[in-house]
Design a protein around this ligand. Sequence first.
Ligand code: PLP
Length: 438
Amino acid sequence: TAAEQTVSAKLNKSANAFAEAKCYIPGGVNSPVRSFRGVGGTPPFIARAAGNRLFDIDGNEYIDYVLSWGPMILGHSHPEVNRALLAAVERGVSYGAPTLLETELAKLVNRLVPSMELVRMVNSGTEATMSALRLARAYTKRNKIVKFVGCYHGHHDSLLVKAGSGVATFGLPDSPGVPDSIASTTITVAFNHFEQLQEVFARQGEDIAAVIIEPVPGNMGMVLPQPGYLQQVRELTARYGALLIFDEVMSGFRVALGGAQALFNIQPDLTCLGKVIGGGLPVGAYGGRREIMEQISPAGPVYQAGTLSGNPLAMTAGITTLRIIAEDPDFYPTLANKTESLTTGIRDQAEKAGFNLQCHHLGAMFGLFFSDQPVIDYDSAKLSDSTAFNIFFHSMLEQGIYLAPSQFEAGFMSAAHSEADIQQTIAASAKAFAKLAD
Ligand code: PLP
C-alpha cells in the first residue's frame, strides 16, 4: 500500500525546514509537543491532509491518529465542511458583530450537551478554562481552585500547575513566570483518589470556588475514571457549594456525542469545550447553568471578550461538523468499535512479542502505556517505559503510522479510518514490537 511504500522515505526536507523554523520561531514550533523533543528526531512538516492521511513535504504519507490533537473527528478535508467553509469565505471572514451562526452553534451545543444552558464562544480551550475559572471565582466569591495532577487545561497561570501534556512530556516543573501568589490558589490532588479530595475539602472547603477536572483525562496519556469516582466528586462539590467544572475540551463530542457527562450521567455546573467544536478551526466554548452564566458580561459583571470570538468561519466549521456527527445514530458506536479493534489488535501483538501494554479506550479516544501496572493516575502513568515507547513510536512513524509523539498524550480515531487502515496499523505494530524485542 501507499503507506508501506514510504518505509524507506527520508525526512530531509523536513529536517531543513525544522532548522530554518528554529531561526524564527522558539524551538521551531508554535506548540511544544510538535517539536518531537520527547521522542527525538525530526517532526515531519506537513504539506496537506485528506481523510485519515497526512502528507509531508518529503512526499511521505501517514495514517494519522493525532488528528490535529483531537478536532478532526470526521477526518481531514471533509468535503461537506470544506464546501461550507469556502462558501463562508465568500461572505467575508470576520465582522465583529452578531451573526445567526453563533446562535445556531450555541443551540446545537445546548441540544447535545444540555447542562450548557448558556454558551459563550472563545478561540481556544485555554481561553475556555481561564474564563470558566474567573466566572467560578466571581460567582462563589471564593478564590481557591482544585485541579488534578497530570490534568492539562491550557497554559494560563492558574492551571499551569502540575499539568500534563507537554509539561509532562518534557518533565518540566511548573512553568517559570507563573507568580507564586497565583499558583498558591491552585490546590492539586491525585486523580482517582477520592480520599485526597475529601481531605482538601475538609480543611478548606469554604474557600474553594471550583474543582476543574478532565472527566476522562487525556493529558497524562489516557486514563479512565474509576467506577463511581466522578459521582463522588459531583456530590462533594455540591455539598460545599463549590462549582464542578468539566473540562471536556478533549472528551467533548469524542468519548460520546454528549461528552463524558452524558456517558457517566453527571451534571457539571460549567463545561469547557474546544477541539471538535471548531471542526479544525480555532474555537473553544464554555457554558453551564443559566444563573451562573448570566454573570458574564454584558449580561452580568464578569468581564470576558474576544475580537475574533464567534468568528463566522470557525462557527461554520463547528456547525457543519456537529450536524454531521449528530445526525447518524451509528456514528459513535462505529467509531468506538474501530477504536476497540485497534487497541485490542495492538495489545495482542504486544503480548505475542512479550510486552505488557496497558491499553485504554473510550469512544474515539485511546491510550497506550508501556507498563505492567494498571495506570489510574499521573504517578502510575509515569512508571511506564518511555525508552520502549520511543523505539515503538519511531518504528511506527517509519512505517507510515503517525501517533502522538509522547506516551502522555491520547490517540484519536476518525470516521475516515477504514478497517483496512486499522489492520495495516496493527500489522505495523507487530513489526515495531519485533524491533523492540531485538
Ligand atoms: N483542556 C484540555 C482537556 C485539553 O486537552 C487542552 C488541549 O489539549 C486544553 C484544555 C487547551 O486547549 P487549547 O490547546 O485549545 O488552548
